[in-house]
Design a protein around this ligand. Sequence first.
Ligand SMILES: [Zn+2]
Length: 452
Amino acid sequence: MKLSILVMGAHPDDIEIGVGGMVAKLAKQGHQITTCVLTDDPGGNAEQRRSEAVDAAQQLGVPGDQVLFGGFVDGQLDVNSHSVGALRQLLRDRDINPDIVITHSNADSHNDHRAAFNLALSAFREKVVLSYGIVNHLLVSDFAPHVFFDTTEFQEQKTAALKAHKSQDDLGRILWQRIDEYDEKNGRYVAGQYAEALQISAIQYGSDNILRQLDAINENRFNTLWSYLLDDDSLSVIYGEPAFRRNRSHNWPTGKDRDGVQQLRGAFRSNRTYPPHIEEVRATETAVETVLESSHILLGSGPVSNAVTRHYFNHFRGLRYVIDYDMPDFQRIRILDKVAGNYIFAEYDKTPRSMGLIADVGILTIMHNPLNPSKRLVGCMGIHGFGTFACYNILSGSEHLSPVVDAITRANDQGFDGVQFLVHVDARTGVAHIVDEETHMFHSTLAQDAES
Ligand SMILES: [Zn+2]
């Protein structure tokens, strides 16, 4: 479905600086875009700046007659019954009733920008209000974007649109380098190099139907991954019991599996307007077998504490990495690399029986559920809880999510059934990394080996 989107800027060049690439992208996708420049320059060149704004919009694929002007005074934008009424009238005259309103963030040091934000909240009902930052005024401490658009292919159009604001460019007011750096920084959250970021600032009552469509166009990698994995279904997390191992003492916390679930829940709340239902099931519950065959599954933790990992996952064909379970209690828990035929261990400060853990390794697996191929199975399994948590952390949207999503996309394109990653994590800092060469794409997981 095509959306009607109103993009508002306090000043003639704000829209292009903040979301020029996004406007070009959404216009190209066929959404109905209207832009609205709220104030005029009182310095005598209002007409020139209006005409520059029209040129700029056209560079982005927005027809000139879809560019509206509020006619308020630069520097003095106020939110009161007059300005709210005038904005409503302007839109009514043009028969524009947008689904989504995009405007400045309140996390901005410019009074007109904050006023534009408040004006949007006051003038509309039943809308989703998204907000963007203007680099030179953004208060990053208060800006929490979760909607991202990959604008890599639209940077040229954005540049052309910014150049259309010739009066400003000649005065050196277009901060080219900062804009470029900011867009590149946001690029970490999408597939491409550049992105523009928006915060969901307000979900007004009655806008529920718009929210799902917003999830559908949001290119944030977290959203991309989970839309692909769940497709709106719920997720069942099968978690293990912390393993208390005989004759051992250690100083690292147990229960990091559950911390990981909490982190993932938080990521869903902040990234998606429609978080999926997440059901938590203990691996030892009898209901677990039904859940396994009927739901998308996340298996938290390895076979030592998670019986489902032990009885099922470790026997699926095609896997390269499993936490080795063929061990008496006193042995080191380790990862078996079935392809290389060797073991991978965590790192300890002295011996494995002493207190300190230096580095852990987790196995992150994303595959079709062999017990029901229409469902997904995700595995977060560390040698210790740190590795498990590091896997959850990636799935919750850390900077490492991009290579993971890329690999899943490649695996899917090539017809593989799943991908495994080794996640190496520094137990003291929590910093994790993935080694490309260790990533494993696999086929043929629809049968199990004999059960042990
Ligand atoms: Zn401005």
